[in-house]
Design a protein around this ligand. Structure first.
Ligand SMILES: Cc1cc2nc3c(=O)[nH]c(=O)nc-3n(C[C@H](O)[C@H](O)[C@H](O)COP(=O)(O)O)c2cc1C
Length: 325
């Protein structure tokens, strides 16, 4: 029987992390230029799906080239997961699901999802059992190693995952207290990889071939990239070419980066059409990509200031073309 996670990771062991606000269809189309492996979607509300909320349903937008794709869902009520999964499967082609159990953001915790589940292993058990009952599709769960160093829960969660038919465990090697800083515990990733019977995907702090190699040495099956792929989507190709962490931002020429941003804007416009969104819906996000992609460039700070000052999309595009050419 085919195994979605194992088979895809054997072809490409990198994985694109779920990033709320950024892992949307337009950005995924850019990632696909550099990457044929597994991409995770932005997190999608279980409650929103179960109610078929119009805005929530738009997170299920995908294109045939956008595969393999994992839809990440989040929510605090185990009883809604089955319905959310049925709604998603009726709406579009689903390759696989993931449950967010590692997000420390207040909104998600308040809804009883993300990191708050690390405090409630009973609920993790019911959620995973409900998903397994609702679908034969593969699914992963994405966790942190614990709430803090007094409350490490990765072993208990691995045990639940293996007993409840979860196909893969994604482990962000930090605690909730670490937020997005702190050391990524490669030793703990190794310990998990050594004992696990299911697929393990490690996550945290990979930003080029050097850090990729360090995580690969732990024995995890897959290596998930978060902020680095948000700030340099070409990282997937760069790692394949053994580009060091230090050289990541000079991997593409300025004009190649400029063209990427213009292409991204085209996909963003295409995505707003027919969805009742304003044409400028994505312009503030394009600004962020424009300033992230120019790390280390001469005159980058002046460019950043100009980008943030402008309210006109035409001017924004001119600034991008001038700077990157
Ligand atoms: C802006 C932003 C949005 C994120 N959104 C999600 C999300 O929707 N679901 C999730 O599980 N994790 C989310 N994360 C966490 C990342 O997927 C990843 O676990 C984390 O950034 C650590 O990996 P890194 O060190 O490679 O960035 C987000 C992180 C950032 C910075």
């Amino acid at each position: 029987m085919s195994d979605f996670f194992k088979d895809n990771l054997l072809k490409n062991d990198l994985v694109a992390a779920p990033l709320a606000g950024y892992s949307h269809l337009p950005y995924r189309r850019i990632l696909r230029k550099f990457f044929n492996g597994i991409i995770y979607s932005e997190m999608i509300s279980v409650e929103g799906l179960a109610r078929r909320n119009k805005e929530t349903m738009e997170y299920l937008d995908r294109l045939p080239i956008d595969s393999p794709l994992v839809f990440q869902i989040f929510g605090g009520r185990p009883e809604n997961y089955g319905e959310a999964i049925r709604v998603a499967e009726n709406e579009c082609e689903v390759d696989a699901f993931d449950v967010n159990m590692g997000c420390p953001v207040k909104k998600v915790i308040k809804a009883g999802g993300g990191c708050s589940l690390l405090n409630d292993l009973g609920r993790i058990k019911v959620i995973t059992a409900n998903i397994r009952k609702a679908t034969e599709k593969p699914f992963s769960i994405k966790i942190r190693i614990g709430l803090d160093y007094n409350h490490l829960v990765y072993k208990e969660i691995l045990n639940i995952a293996e007993n409840e038919g979860v196909n893969a465990l994604v482990v962000h090697g930090r605690t909730k207290s670490d937020m997005f800083g702190g050391t990524v515990r490669l030793d703990i990733l190794k310990e998990i990889a050594d004992i696990a019977k299911i697929t393990i995907i490690g996550n945290g702090g990979v930003a080029g071939y050097d850090t990729y190699k360090e995580m690969k040495a732990t024995g995890v099956d897959g290596i998930m990239l978060g902020r680095s792929m948000m700030k340099a989507p070409w990282i997937f190709k760069a790692i394949e070419d053994k580009c060091s962490d230090e050289d990541l931002y000079s991997y593409l020429s300025p004009s190649e980066i400029g063209s990427l941003l213009i292409e991204l804007w085209g996909y963003m416009l295409e995505h707003t059409k027919g969805r009742g969104m304003k044409e400028t819906h994505y312009s503030h996000i394009l600004k962020k990509f424009a300033v992230w992609f120019c790390k280390g460039f001469d005159n980058a700070s002046e460019f950043r200031t100009n980008i943030y000052k402008t309210n006109s999309i035409d001017e924004l595009l001119i600034l991008i073309k001038e700077f990157y050419n």
